[in-house]
Write a protein that binds this ligand. Structure first.
Ligand code: PAF
Length: 282
């Protein structure tokens, strides 16, 4: 059985001094907010193939939710999550409390956000404050766990680019990206999918259909139009449906360089995001 870290005041104090988890220094880290599903387990399995120990954190970070109802509705089931993470190969499952991460007496800094987190007009435009919260907790988790490698899913593509840009600028673990895990009909796995009604769940496949349609288009602007049409015709309310450069998420005029179609849309009160690489035309 994996270690489940138990905290007492002394341990919290050591964490605060950025020392408590250094025993795991050099390992592979999978940060999560819990509600583990097959997609997370794929991250843990990928981590297992990269080194050890594999440390999985489960922390629903209040700081990155711009919607209180979303925060309150987020699944919290540490014991079940820990058992799942262990079954996929985690050596340590760490469920810190809010006080462990944000101790009263310790100011946890928010890193300056790299451009990819402030300018593309995507997640940061629709979820104000979200990336500041992500950057803060990710830096804090990296400082506590001190991993050699950290594993992130490609589903949160802009988050992945943000974390990579922070690490490129400030140092930190090597970032290992794992392709998005999908249900049989293509829907990207997400802890929020469980909030969809049965009828909405059937419509949700439109997100992947839209991204596939984009991949068949001959121009980014056509791809964007096709995605919007596919989403709206299935009753989704589109926040964005765009094609951008893969790492900088800048607008693109053609498919001559690596690019990515990215979508955020609401269905049945649930916000769905997804993305797909576009073919490069040489
Ligand atoms: O992707 C997530 O689950 C979260 O944003 C992360 C990276 C665990 C930070 O809370």
């Amino acid at each position: 059985m994996a270690d489940r870290l138990i905290y007492d005041d002394e341990f919290v104090a050591r964490l605060t001094e950025n020392a408590g988890l250094k025993a795991f220094s050099g390992g592979v880290f999978v940060p999560t907010m819990g509600g583990l599903h097959e997609g997370h387990l794929e991250l843990v399995r990928a981590a297992k193939g990269l080194g050890d120990p594999v440390v999985v954190s489960v922390f629903v970070n209040p700081d990155q939710f711009n919607d209180q109802a979303d925060f309150e509705g987020y699944p919290r089931r540490f014991e079940a999550d820990a058992a799942l993470a262990e079954s996929a190969g985690a050596d340590v499952v760490w469920g810190p409390s809010e006080r462990d991460i944000y101790p009263d007496a310790f100011e946890v800094p928010t890193p300056d956000l790299p451009r990819v987190g402030t300018e593309p007009g995507l997640e940061e435009a629709h979820r104000p404050g979200h990336f500041a919260g992500v950057a803060r907790v990710v830096r804090r988790l990296f400082d506590l766990v001190q991993p050699e490698v950290a594993v992130f899913g490609e589903k949160d593509w802009q988050q992945l680019q943000l974390v990579q840009a922070m690490v490129d600028r400030d140092g930190g673990p090597r970032i290992h990206a794992v392709p998005t895990s999908r249900e049989a009909d293509g829907l990207a796995r997400s802890s929020r999918n469980e909030r969809l009604s049965q009828a909405a769940r059937r419509k949700a496949r439109a997100v992947y259909l839209a991204l596939q349609a984009a991949a068949a288009a001959n121009h980014p602007s056509t791809a964007e139009k096709m995605m919007r049409e596919a989403l709206e015709s299935h009753g989704l309310e589109v926040e964005y449906a765009v094609v951008r450069s893969s790492t900088g998420l800048r607008p693109v005029d053609d498919f001559s360089r690596p690019s990515r179609a990215l979508v955020a849309a609401w269905l049945d009160g649930v916000r769905l995001i997804d993305n797909l690489p576009m073919p490069v035309w040489t």
